[in-house]
Design a protein around this ligand. Structure first.
Ligand SMILES: Cc1cc2nc3c(=O)[nH]c(=O)nc-3n(C[C@H](O)[C@H](O)[C@H](O)COP(=O)(O)O)c2cc1C
Length: 491
């Protein structure tokens, strides 16, 4: 299966996967100084609420302004949660670069990253880790910490001069740098302009078999983060706003308040924090300036880091933010529900069943996908493009009896197969815990966790397990450790 998938992707995209790993550094453009921007010179404002300690030189002063946040209805691959609305942001300082591992290590004395290198962006840190980093570094540098953490509640003192995360609005304003197009590189982005899953440039989804129509052809997939600042910056001098790692922002995930507003800080409570910009493991469509990805605040990913901000003008007051997450109940009735096309996910589900004794439920379609691999690739792509909701032939009789649903699926085109969307929309999962597992061919979860959280915003998301294909000989041990992590009792 692995060989077939690799071969097929290679043939389709005319790019041998084998050539992905080694040569990418030579293809990167040399870091260059950002274009000089009138009015963007980093001077410390003179009012007495400004930072008494100037930010490090890699911070740029972004002059505030008004912009259209979100995407126009015409933008390909937009989601409904990107409703365009008018937002004004005040001046702020933002780092030109994603936070590096050297910076994280210096403040925290440890480095959680999956890929290692001083100049690589720190990743594999949760939103809570990012908050702690901001406060620790602020204290070390004699600044006032921006955040007060009380369990799952975090309040942000907007008058504090310490390091902080950008708000979602500040992030998008800085990313766009005046552009209104899907990317700050305008209508497309190539693998020479950003570190992402370069086999999947923007609009490839509609053009696998007619790539002549593509503005940007498939490029290198580096399969790793790269040194921050390896590509040209955007028009305001910021590097890697698209790709390399996604970047945590302050806001809880929720629908936008679409009235015109100034310095929005997002919902006061929620269950997932937003991250932006896409990473080395994302398709171009998920690098778009308006794309909103989400994860619970205690989740981490090797595709996700952060970029620091400092106040340029002091905000007034404090922003309270509490978790709306009910405690995950993983000691009640458990259902293992899964969709599998080739059998790998089915095998993993069987192992979970063996270890937990929980009930097993296979999600099946009234009209199944073709059993032919080439055909299913195409069918699955079409289904995702159209956001199909295929009719299911199997149904859970009484979902209310289950507290925890262990949900399995193959990674399909960096997201969930559409029968999973049908399943999630069929039942009320409010207050239930969904513990995802995913069988993949290298892409781990892709954006599937964001897709799930958008479909069932009121469910608790447990820690996920990403399994390479069938999981091989390590599967049993991996499943045991993962069940323990989720407090799911063994048989
Ligand atoms: C339509 C289709 C799309 C796929 N897309 C991806 C992908 O984007 N990333 C990835 O890592 N693997 C991808 N794969 C590989 C599958 O995730 C992998 O083979 C998985 O083990 C299949 O599970 P199953 O046997 O339960 O169907 C894809 C496979 C198919 C058939």
């Amino acid at each position: 299966m692995k060989r077939i998938f690799t071969l097929l992707l290679s043939l389709l995209l005319v790019l041998p996967l084998a050539s992905c790993g080694g040569t990418e550094q030579q293809n990167l453009s040399t870091p260059s100084e950002p274009a000089q921007i009138p009015n963007q010179i980093a001077t410390v404002p003179s009012d007495n609420t400004s930072p008494e300690i100037a930010p490090p030189e890699e911070f740029i002063l972004i002059n505030g302004g008004t912009f259209q946040m979100g995407s126009p209805d015409s933008e390909a691959w937009r989601s409904e949660d990107e409703t365009a609305h008018t937002v004004t942001v005040s001046d702020f300082y933002i780092s030109k670069f994603e936070l590096t591992q050297a910076e994280y290590q210096a403040a925290m004395g440890r480095d959680p990253s999956f890929f290692t290198g001083d100049d690589l962006p720190v990743e594999n840190i949760s939103w809570m880790d990012a908050i702690h980093y901001c406060n620790t570094r602020s204290t070390q540098e004699g600044l006032t910490p921006a955040y007060t953490v009380n369990g799952q509640s975090v309040s942000w003192d907007q008058s504090a001069n310490g390091y902080r995360l950008p708000t979602e609005a500040e992030w998008e304003y800085a990313c766009r740098a005046g552009t209104e197009t899907p990317f700050n590189t305008e209508t497309s982005i190539s693998a020479d302009e950003a570190n992402y899953w370069g086999h999947y440039p923007y609009l490839i989804e509609d053009n696998y078999f007619s790539q002549g129509n593509l503005e940007t052809k498939p490029g290198v997939y580096r399969q790793t983060t790269v040194a921050v600042g390896s590509f040209e910056p955007n028009a305001w001098g910021l590097y890697d706003m698209h790709g390399n790692v996604g970047e945590w922002v302050w806001d809880w995930y929720g629908s936008y308040d679409t009235a015109a507003q100034t310095d929005p800080t997002g919902p006061v409570s929620g269950t997932r924090r937003v991250y932006r910009g896409g990473g080395w493991n994302d398709f171009a469509k998920n690098l778009r300036s308006a794309y909103r990805a989400t994860l619970p605040p205690d989740s981490a990913s090797f595709n996700l880091g952060l970029r620091l901000v400092r106040n340029a003008v002091s905000g007034g007051g404090s922003v309270e933010s509490s978790s709306a997450q009910a405690d995950g109940q993983t000691d009640g009735n458990i259902l293992i529900a899964y969709f599998s096309w080739g059998g790998n996910t089915r095998g993993i589900a069987a192992e979970i069943q063996r270890q937990t004794g929980a009930e097993l439920f296979e999600i099946q379609m009234v009209t199944p996908y073709s059993t032919d691999y080439n055909t299913v690739l195409d069918q699955a792509q079409q289904a995702q493009n159209a956001q199909d909701r295929p009719e299911l032939s199997t149904h859970v009789e009484d979902m209310s009896q289950y507290d925890t649903i262990i949900l399995g699926y193959p990674n399909w085109w960096a997201s969930i197969p559409m029968p999973i969307a049908s399943f999630l929309e069929e039942y009320d999962f409010s207050g239930k815990t969904i513990v995802p597992f995913c069988s993949h061919g290298g892409g781990r979860f892709g954006q599937s966790l964001t897709a799930i959280t958008k479909l069932v915003p009121d469910a608790v998301l447990g820690e996920g397990l990403a399994v390479s294909y069938s999981g091989g000989s390590g599967l049993s041990g991996d499943v045991t450790a993962w069940l323990e992590e989720n407090n799911i009792p063994a048989n």
